[in-house]
Structures are given as structure tokens and as C-alpha cells.
Design a protein around this ligand. Sequence first.
Ligand SMILES: [Zn+2]
Length: 446
Amino acid sequence: MNLRKTVCEELLKGIKSSCAIPSQPEFDGVTKEDSPECPSCLCAIPSQPEFDDVLVWGFAYPISMNPTQLLQDLVRIPSVNPMGRAVSGSIYFEGRMTEYLENYFRNLGVRYQRQPVTLGRDNILAWYQGSGSCTYMFEVHQDTVPIEGMTIDPFGAELRDGKVWGRGACDIKGGMAAMLHAFTRLVKENPKGAASVILACTVDEECTFLGVQELAKQNWGVDYTIVAEPTECNIVDSHKGVAGWSIRTEGRACHASNPSLGVNAVYRMAKLVSVLEEYAAILPQRSTDPRLGSATISVGEIHGGVSPNTVPDQCVIQIDRRFLPHETCNQVQQDLENFLKNDPRIDFPFICDPIGKACPPFEPRHSKEITRRLGIAIDSVRGSHQVGSVPYGTDASTLSQAGWPVVVFGPGDIAQAHTKDEWVETSQLDLAAEILYQLATRQGDR
Ligand SMILES: [Zn+2]
């Protein structure tokens, strides 16, 4: 039985956030008889707020309508980015997450499309066609960082102390749950004059940004884009760029019982790393930006040798360099190599290679209007917002470089991202979902 209901005024004004009132009878599995009444507006509250039935081709599918429940579903589906390592196992890559999203969109009855990025790794996009003239894209990455060293069940999705715990809860499955919830509400309620929304779920944000690079190649007819990352529901319009390099030293292997016959590549690398540490200490004076702060460099990995009784003939380090809008990736690599080569301690050759494509710096070049619109939506729900920059890289810079008006926004605090006991507060999920819905439905702001 279906029952068409009117739109709850309080919901539209952002006074409350949990009163889902479907206005499209084909998406409505709630009957008035089953439902208690909302005390403040007398609309019907679905008796099972976590689930509604969606009818697609005569079949009913459960579609989660609670951001917390949605997030728990998402955390339970591993989508670990191997971060360039030669690892294998069912937890790696985004395939199972993409499949979940495909089923979700199919069951919701919306148009969706996979966009192949690389072998077995697809972006997936879904469309809500509103009757308004504006089109937003909600962009969110499907992958998470690895789980080594975690002290909680990475895929347990435990709900405790008002938080959901697990890998990706904060970065950025929490943001995905908020976007999915807002998108689903738009589809189910189909409010008059709402903007169209494309929900784009990309791959490989945590390593080499392959998904967003593929996404940016096409014109999707989008006016404004929101990229999900943990910003505590504030607006981020700028960040540093991220470049990565590997540096390799070579030597000559021999038996460790007579090391003078060989050349030890690890000793060479030790000297090089010492010089790099000095470079890292002076870099903040060499390169700074009034808005974004100083450039930084960090050695994150070192690998060398094959056994204790062999003099190693190779040693490799991996370096992370955060760069500023006035710098280019080639310039900063050249600067580093010159610094090393000009030091008398580096009296041996080394090879420096970029790791993947750099994430460019993100500047507020095209984002004035989307910052204004999103600011109004945040204020309508929470009362205030901040606009600022962050030190970490996001998919937003690639889209901005392609000329897209884009800002970063999402639930949770970056301090909880990538941690051994990652979590996000459920109140942040609800807040973000409501703000995104308000952004798409507010009529007076355009
Ligand atoms: Zn992220």
C-alpha cells in the first residue's frame, strides 16, 4: 500500500533531519496505519526508520535510509588501496564496493554508469534528475588506506559511544554515507525544483588519484562539485599539492664475510637520507605561502638488501613532498636533486623517479559561488560555518585544474582519518547528510 504525503516544512527548513517523507508513491512502502505521528509536524514517521522498501520492476528491495546504518554497511565492505604494494587478497581494491553501489543504484531505480579506470577498477556514477536548473556533483572516493597496525576490527563497523568504528569510517565512507543518504532522499522525495545531482564514486584517491583523473576527462554537465573529505562539515577551498618520488642507490653485492669486495647501497642511502633530513629542516624557509603555510618533505619508506649475509646492491626510499601553488612538480623535483648533488657527501649516483602523477595544489579559483551556496546550506542547518584550507591532498585539485567549480566538505575530523582506531561521530553523519540535502533543495538561494 502506498500513501502520498506532503513535504514536512520543518525538514525543509533544517529544523529536524530524521523525518523521511517520501512524496513519490512508487518509492513509498510505509502506510499511515503502520506509522506513529511526528510530534512536531504530524507527518508520518516510518515505523522502520532504517529501511524503506523500494519497488523496482515489481520487486521490493531494502534501501537503507539511515546514514549510520549506511556507513556500517560501507565499512563492512573492504576496499583497501594496496598503495602500490604487490599484495593480494580479498580486502584489496574497490571491486566489492563498486558492486555494492551498483546494486544500490539499481535497486533505487536510478540511472547509473560504470566508468572503467584501470583493470578491475571502475568509477561509478548515478543520476538524480531534479526539476531545477542547477546540477551538482557529489564526488567521493571508494578506497581506504591499509589496515596494518589497527587496534580495532577494521571491518567490524561497531556502533559505540555515538561513533562508528572501522577503516574508512572517517575517510571517507562516512562522507559516502552522507552523500548516499542525501541522494536517496532526493530520489524518494523528489522535491519540487530541486537541483539535479550526480553522485560520482571514484577509485584510487589514496594513492595515485587515477579515478578522479578519469572522471575529469569528461564533461558531465555539472555546475558545482562537492568533494567528500573529513572537514567537520566546514568548507575547504584550498590545499597543498602532493608529489611522490622514489630514490634508488645502487652498489655491488658480495658475501658479507668479505664486505670490502662489494659496494653497500644501504650505506650510500644512509648518507643521502642524512642530507635529505637537512633539506627538510630548511625547506619551510625556502618555500612558504601565506594561506597554506610551508612546503614539507618526508621520507616515508626505506627498503634495501636481501639477507644479513649479503652486501646489498640496492636501496630505495619513498618520499612525500607537499608543494605550494607557486611551485611546479618538476621544479621541486629539480630543486631536491640539485640540493643532493651539490652536497660533497653524495659522491655516488642516485636515481630519482616520480611515483604516479602528482596531485596539484588546490586554489579557490572557481569556487566563490559554490562556497556561498554551501555556506548558506550549512548555516541553515547548523547556524555557522568556516571556510579554510587543509594540509592534505584531495580529488578537488584535479577537478579545479580542469576548470570545475569545486569545494571539499564532509563529516568527521581529519585527525581520525587513517588512524589505528578510526571512527566518526554519527551526529556528524546526520549533519552532513542534511546539509547536502538542503544544498540541493534550497530554492531561495539561486
Ligand atoms: Zn579521503
